[in-house]
Design a binder for this molecule. Structure first.
Ligand SMILES: *Cc1c(COP(=O)(O)O)cnc(C)c1O
Length: 422
């Protein structure tokens, strides 16, 4: 089959993400998606190991979500959220608060993860301002972290690995430190906060997995330490669960594995099962109460045009239905065991530094990747869609992926990495 006309005609007008377009392999035109498979416009089929940046947790085209979105499209695609409200948004807010449990009570909708983090930061800063506490505008964030691509969030990413070092001079200043992986490290951080604390609004962390900053894992103890530090120094603790939320780490939310809750949580990526853009920043009643006053200036001044989009909320409600009616968390745990076994042979390769698995996330870290474009090409030739970045090759498949498809995916990764030093 031939490449269709729309590729040649549209390609000169598109600007692609994270790509040096002069040298990068052109993007693969996709005609259809289904389950864990992508059908390319030229008729080839790839097994998807990424689930579109781990959003498509139920696989592509799940009929239950498709049906819910179609029904919502007929009833009402979108109305402004300023002064109006609707059933899909309120039902979703109630359900998210129910899933997150007491202490994460109020849902603020946005349409992307970066903006959800921006809103969390704005909430934290204004929470203190509303109480007359000036000068708390900094955040404590962590090396290896990734929280988005906007100017506010770039400033809390890893300064070197966060893809944004170019802009360093024009970003707000925050304190980016190592995660406290030991009690000794915690004591040092404690001492640092003794002096820095009064300038901080909060602590921002991706719980259990630092995703786009390198697929780095940490122990739940780290989160318990951060909770203690936040309490001791009176700081708001923000968990960015945009990557980890909705079963990816084996529990619905990563914080469950640590047994501690943040004051604010951000959600997006798999929120709509990978169908429509939607994000949520969920705060505790304590944070919300900091805005509850007779003074209009104490209101949270934020409101995206497409806030609470009804189609996206309907998709998210349908996605949550599927977590209730289908065994997603069991599937995540089964994938975890399969990834651990299937990727283990990579450990024997000289150029592999580490193989690690958490939930439905499998990571092969290499010493380096000499030619990433060639590596991507070889993976496509092996029939899989896997997109290495930095020094890592990772798998974040749909939680519904079949055992056979997962096997093909892992064999392709192992085979391609074994064939030659990438
Ligand atoms: C993807 C991601 C973001 C940014 O979300 P966008 O929708 O791409 O803006 C923020 N934080 C984490 C942890 C993410 O994985």
């Amino acid at each position: 089959m031939q490449t269709p006309d729309w590729v040649a005609q549209g390609q000169p007008h598109i600007w692609l993400p994270y790509a040096q377009m002069k040298t990068a392999t052109p993007p693969l035109p996709v005609a259809r998606s289904r389950g864990s498979r992508l059908e390319l416009a030229d008729g080839r089929e790839l097994i998807d190991g990424v689930a579109s940046w781990w959003t498509a947790c139920h696989g592509y085209n799940h009929p239950h979500i498709a049906q819910a979105v179609r029904a919502q499209l007929d009833a009402m695609p979108h109305v402004m959220f300023g002064g109006l409200t609707h059933e899909p948004a309120l039902t979703l807010a109630r359900r998210l608060a129910g899933l997150l449990g007491p202490g994460l009570d109020r849902v603020f909708y946005t349409d992307s993860g970066s903006v959800a983090v921006e809103v969390a930061m704005k909430m934290a800063v204004q929470f203190w301002l509303n109480q007359g506490e000036r000068g708390r505008s900094r955040f404590l964030a962590f090396r290896g972290g990734y929280h988005g691509d906007t100017f506010g969030t770039m400033a809390v990413c890893d300064p070197d690995e966060g893809m944004h070092s170019l802009f360093r001079g024009m970003l707000a200043e925050h304190d980016i430190v190592d995660l406290p992986r030991s009690d000794e490290a915690m004591a040092q951080l404690d001492a640092f906060l003794e002096t820095r604390g009064p300038q901080l609004a909060g602590i921002l962390v991706e719980p259990l997995v630092q995703g786009a900053g390198g697929m780095l894992l940490h122990d739940p103890d780290v989160l318990r330490r951060l909770r203690r530090l936040a309490d001791r120094h009176g700081l708001l603790l923000i968990f960015d669960e945009i990557f980890t939320g909705f079963g990816r780490t084996g529990t619905m939310f990563a914080f469950e594995q640590a047994g501690v809750k943040p004051d604010i949580i951000t959600l997006s990526k798999a929120l709509t099962g990978g169908t429509l853009p939607l994000a949520a920043t969920v705060a505790s009643n304590r944070v919300f109460d900091g805005f509850w006053s007779d003074d209009p200036a104490h209101a949270l001044m934020h409101g995206p045009t497409f806030m609470g989009n009804a189609l996206a909320c309907a998709a998210a409600n349908a996605s949550l239905d599927l977590f209730e009616t289908e065994p997603r968390l069991d599937q995540a745990r089964a994938i975890s065991a399969a990834l651990a076994a299937g990727l283990a042979p990579c450990r024997e390769l000289d150029w592999v530094r580490d193989v690690r698995v958490l939930g439905a996330i499998g990571v092969v870290e290499l010493d380096g990747i000499h030619d990433r474009e060639a590596l991507k090409r070889r993976l496509v030739e092996a029939g899989v869609w896997v997109r290495p970045f930095g020094n890592v090759v990772y798998l974040t498949p749909a939680l519904t992926i079949g055992a056979e498809e997962l096997d093909i995916l892992m064999r392709a990764v192992v085979g391609v990495l074994r064939a030659q030093r990438p």
